[in-house]
Write a protein that binds this ligand. Structure first.
Ligand code: GLA
Length: 388
């Protein structure tokens, strides 16, 4: 049978895996950028987005790898008589094409937000029924990244709904990173690999170390939800534990360092969510730690996993392309504690001699055999890179 006919026939029969894999060539490493939501919510405007783009460049974040500038919810107000989506002309007087040009002029990429249902989470118009028209419009504006939410979707089937927009983006003729945001509710890691480049795995993050389902997930609740889904991530398709809260004021710097380290260990998308125009130096230094970012962006694209848990003390390890490991000693408890990682926890023979480098002290700690131990502050990590 002719290949195209075969694929179509299999697709119509509903054979799983029969559709060609999403091959948009994008997000070979986890996407990095900035998104307006966590800090600014609906308070978006062209001035804010332009000044954020300026700050990504002037702060050194662009040099550290941050690329996508994403306007989240509330840029859109209605549809015109032809069904075209209408941006808020008071907040974006120059229009989104001009804004995209500005962002591109800085050597950055332009991201936008919509929703698979009839309305967004802030009840702005969603894309349901307008997928192809919206995708064409995004491409005309120069959009490079779409975050696609799941509010007001009623009884819609998630896989089918996200597939339509995936096809629409493909047809738009412009390479656009597709970021699924259905909060892990229908286990997108099981079906989204051929549809999108990243998918949220949990409900919304809150700017706190520990929370609950009702008052927002804290960093540690999100970490627990990542345990066990590592193998679904890889180049071009990532688990997304939600955007960063680093610098938003609800945690201390030890906690923010741990939050950032753990996201790097998880090969998570790194979307800063703070006011990057006014960052204290400590926050800037967390977001731009190039050695931690290199762990996140390692070309092998292997998500790290929890390899040991003893009460509040945990060890997480990420396999790197050079045969080494990034290891995070994580202390979730209320007091400083000593944590030891044994080479056996990492799949290494005990006699192996390996170099250990502390990625926050930016210091080689020497060659070690068998194990490495360190004191770890409460709600903190010690993040090391181990090179056999
Ligand atoms: C949902 C998403 C958030 C954000 C808001 C915007 O809650 O999960 O990340 O996009 O909608 O309304």
């Amino acid at each position: 049978m002719h290949n195209k006919v075969r694929i179509l026939a299999l697709a119509l029969l509903g054979v799983p895996g029969a559709l060609p894999a999403l091959d948009n060539g994008l997000a070979k490493t986890p996407p990095m950028g900035w998104n307006s939501w966590n800090k600014f919510a609906c308070n978006v405007s062209e001035d804010l987005i332009k000044s954020a783009a300026d700050a990504i460049v002037s702060s050194g974040m662009k040099d550290a790898g941050y690329q996508y500038v994403v306007i989240d919810d509330c840029w859109q107000v209605s549809r015109d008589e032809n069904g075209n989506i209408v941006p808020d002309s008071t907040r974006f007087p120059s229009g989104l094409k001009a804004l995209g040009d500005y962002i591109h002029g800085k050597g950055l990429k332009f991201g936008i937000y919509s929703d698979a249902g009839t309305g967004t989470c802030q009840n702005r118009p969603g894309s349901r029924g307008y997928e192809f028209q919206d995708a064409r419009q995004y491409a005309a504006w120069g959009v490079d990244y779409l975050k696609y939410d799941w509010c007001n979707a009623g009884q819609q089937n998630s896989e089918a709904s996200y597939s339509i927009m995936s096809q629409a983006l493909k047809k738009s003729g412009r390479p656009i990173v597709f970021s699924l945001c259905e909060w892990g509710s229908t286990k997108p890691w099981l079906w989204a690999k051929d549809i999108g480049n990243l998918w949220r795995t949990t409900g919304d993050i809150a700017d706190k170390w520990s929370g609950s389902k009702d008052d927002g997930l804290g960093v540690v609740q999100i970490l627990d939800l990542e345990d066990g889904i590592e193998s679904y991530a890889g180049p071009g398709h990532w688990n997304d534990p939600d955007m960063l809260e680093v610098g938003n004021g609800g945690m201390n710097n030890t906690e923010y360092r741990a939050h950032f380290s753990m996201w790097c260990l998880l090969a998570a998308p790194l979307m800063a969510g703070n006011d990057i125009r006014n960052m204290p130096p400590e926050i800037h230094d967390i977001l731009t730690n190039k050695e931690a970012i290199a762990v996140d962006q390692d070309p092998a694209g292997i998500q790290g996993r929890r390899v040991k848990k003893s009460g509040e003390l945990e060890i997480w390890s990420k396999q790197l392309s050079d045969g080494g490991r990034a290891v995070s000693l994580l202390n979730r408890g209320g007091a400083e504690a000593n944590i030891t990682v044994n080479w056996a926890d990492l799949g290494y023979p005990e006699h192996l001699s390996a170099g250990v480098r502390d990625l926050w002290l930016k210091k080689d700690l020497g060659k070690m055999s068998g194990s490495f131990s360190s004191a770890v502050p409460s709600h903190g990590v010690v993040l090391v890179r181990i090179r056999p």
